[in-house]
Design a protein around this ligand. Sequence first.
Ligand code: PHE
Length: 330
Amino acid sequence: MENLEEQIIQANSLDALERVRIELFGKKGALAVEFAKLKDVPGAEKKAFAEGLNTTKTHLQKVYDECYESLKKAEIERLLKAEAIDVSLYNNLNAKGALHPVMSTMDKIIDYFVALNFSIEDGPKVEDDFHNFEALNLPKNHPARDMQDTFFFHDGAVLRTHTSPVQIRTMLQQQPPIRMIAPGAVFRKDYDITHTPMFHQVEGLVVDAKDEVSFANLKSMMADFLHYMFGEVEVRFRPSFFPFTEPSAEVDISCIFCEGKGCRVCSHTGWLEVLGCGIVDPNVFKAVKYKNVSGYAFGLGVERFAMLLHKIPDLRMLFEGDTRLLEQFR
Ligand code: PHE
């Protein structure tokens, strides 16, 4: 029996202890063998024999329980140690994320207009013909539809080619006055160093009572906005054409690379085109059943702004996910 106790004490792991437990206390274990001898013990001695065995069993059980507790405790401590995290440990996997330059540029643009109390509106990327074209004074077969290389679905739906359909959706849902911007992704079949098939625009629309909104308002706001974005640049308005605005203008800033002297980026003109705008065409108000109102609208490409702000030479780089580019924006 001494020997049995020794076996328990010498078990140095929970597994070893479990094996000892089966050998001692199991159905065919050492104790069971002892108890089996009881039937051969002469009557008079049976009682003392049984008592002796029971005492031994109780004692062994107690020794076993103590060993189990202490091994269990040691095991938990071992696990805690093994799984502990040293938060002070140096590692080189601490690469931090950062906003993508297109998103941070978008945020900077949005901040300007939010401060002027513009609301932010949203619309679907899969549009119908009415919102993307028709209501914007682009009737079917109008040649100006070719200005935008459209992705068509079989059922006539399109991937929106600009954020202007959000103007229509907002005017159909709200009554004037309206001061809104609509940032978001747009899609065109285009791919070269200044075009990708998906890019982002920020649209703007201001509508108020007739004669409340003028081209002069638009002009001063765009000039102020471009100074906010690009600092000390010259701003110029060029007459242009959009079906949904009349008159329309394209806005240029003096080239921020050569300061207007002429370089490769500005095609030696000294100017960079940065946005389109104009006075909302009466046909657009007719499509949304607005009467006696006036308004202006503008639209710009966010990637183009990001390229100019960060001097990124090829627009496609913004979508290649190359960490060597993205790391520079942490
Ligand atoms: N929707 C035009 C485009 O994508 C931009 C624009 C918006 C022009 C609003 C004028 C007014 O080219």
